[in-house]
Design a protein around this ligand. Structure first.
Ligand code: PRT
Ligand code: ZN
Length: 289
């Protein structure tokens, strides 16, 4: 039977749609809307395994899935022997200690002897130990933000992205202890194996890398007096040298280059200053460095 790479993805939640979008952008088609436990892609040798995010590290460790799309926080917390093979561009958040508004927080030492509720006891206890603070950890699987009002904790340690949840529950962020984003994990050394599955994975990563290289970049085409090409090359700071094409009018050329989106307006203004005309800017879907 042909080999198929098995990919664990969160069934529903913050990472599921974005993980599937990325896979779709990589040209892989699947039905997915039913979100059955397992589903084979239509045009690529991969199958998806839709599960809870908490379980993804374990499924990858025991080989039920070959790779997983999961929050780095879960990988760190579950302490499985896994390898993060790619950082993805979504799911950014931080694990933070937060205290009630009226808590006089001066430093981590203020938490000495206090009860801290969290779903991340391993990451939190490592952090407290490293800073020589002894606190009592109260494990809760969810709704960590209500534990102070409920009277079972003095402080919490939970994921934060905008901070709204903390504010709505009368809490303020005291310390960010771990920064996370979505990642791809595999068992250690899998990427370097000679197996058919590792080959499929390398092919998939090549596609994902092409998408990530294109992110935040624009393709710029403009006309320029021929004697200004060197100056233009300095302004755009292209990957290699920009592509220069002659025009019918020999005193002008057409120049094409990739520009970082963040840098675009500086480039635009400087190109105008040296006489660039007809500046055309296009989105890049995929590229290789
Ligand atoms: O059902 P399942 O177990 O699969 O899902 P889940 O409910 O455990 O996870 P889910 O979907 O909430 O989160 C999945 C992953 O998304 C997490 O493991 C993180 O890697 C990532 N992520 C990114 C977040 C957040 N941002 C986030 N803000 N996970 C959770 N939150 C929660 C946080 O716990 C708090 O309740 O959102 C609230 C805070 O958000 P703000 O914007 O109010 O600060
Ligand atoms: Zn979960």
């Amino acid at each position: 039977m042909d080999e198929v790479l098995s990919i664990a993805i969160q069934k529903t939640g913050r990472l599921s749609e974005k993980s599937l979008d990325l896979i779709r952008d990589a040209g892989i088609r699947f039905l997915s809307d039913s979100r059955v436990l397992k589903e084979r892609a239509l045009n690529y040798p991969v199958e998806f395994f839709f599960v809870r995010d908490d379980d993804i590290p374990m499924y990858v460790t025991n080989g039920v899935a070959d790779i997983g799309f999961v929050g780095k926080n879960e990988v760190e917390e579950r302490r499985q022997d896994l390898e993060v093979i790619r950082d993805l561009s979504f799911g950014a958040c931080r694990l933070s200690i937060a205290v009630p508004n009226d808590f006089e927080y001066k430093s981590l030492k203020s938490l000495e002897g206090k009860r801290i509720a969290t779903s991340y006891p391993n990451i939190l206890s490592d952090y407290l130990d490293k800073n020589r603070v002894k606190a009592e950890l109260v494990y809760v699987a969810g709704s960590v933000e209500i534990t102070v009002q409920a009277g079972i904790a003095d402080a919490i340690c939970d994921l934060v992205s905008t901070g709204t949840t903390l504010r709505m529950n009368g809490l303020v962020e005291a310390e960010a202890i771990y920064y996370s984003s979505a990642v791809i994990v595999s068992r250690k050394g899998f990427l370097e194996e000679k197996s058919e599955k590792a080959k499929i994975l390398n092919g998939l990563l090549e596609r994902l890398d092409a998408l990530s290289a294109a992110r935040g970049k624009k393709y710029v085409i403009f006309n320029l007096p021929s004697d200004k090409v060197d100056m233009a090359a300095k302004i755009v700071g292209a990957l290699k040298s920009p592509t220069v094409t002659p025009l019918v009018d020999k005193s002008w050329v057409s120049v094409q280059s990739v520009v970082a989106e963040d840098d675009f307006w500086r480039v635009f203004e400087n190109l105008r200053k040296i006489g660039a005309e007809g500046i055309l800017v296009m989105n890049i879907e995929k590229m290789t460095e």
